[in-house]
Design a protein. Sequence first.
Lengths: 112, 111
Amino acid sequence: DTGVSQDPRHKITKRGQNVTFRCDPISEHNRLYWYRQTLGQGPEFLTYFQNEAQLEKSRLLSDRFSAERPKGSFSTLEIQRTEQGDSAMYLCASKGHQETQYFGPGTRLLVL
Amino acid sequence: QKEVEQDPGPLSVPEGAIVSLNCTYSNSAFQYFMWYRQYSRKGPELLMYTYSSGNKEDGRFTAQVDKSSKYISLFIRDSQPSDSATYLCAMSRSNDYKLSFGAGTTVTVRA
């Protein structure tokens, strides 16, 4: 059990560019969640998967955001045409049979 | 009004003091209650987990849940400088388990 990993840890991009983040959950965890955290706030739910199926998307997730989890393993979160308001920490968490979620280190995005 | 309310502090205490943190919530469907610790620029780390009402103790940490009052607490005994961090309360329902977080309380333990 190596924990949840996320890549990259930091990303600086210019407004209008596309970015993609990757999350590798704890092996055999069937649920994977994405959250976004801005400075001074708690994480906010974005979307989640059970295996490869995306079961819910928050209204925070505009059309510029898309997430996938092919084959129910790792997941990617893509942001198209980034805006300065997208600057935040993007967190991934996974959940197995227990009720608790375990978080990765996060990807810190800065949009210039 | 937010679904989960948490006083952001900051809270500063001397080493050895008891740290008391709390959250209130409005959604009576929440059944699972968690406290996470987050160091600066790191991901949240699970500290305590409680199902429904009751108390749970783990070393220097005690979590309490009062569903009738929609109020949860975390106590840290014999606080250490290494306990300096942001503490996030979180809760979820039993269907989707998606977490609703408080804003986090920043705690500093002075040596």
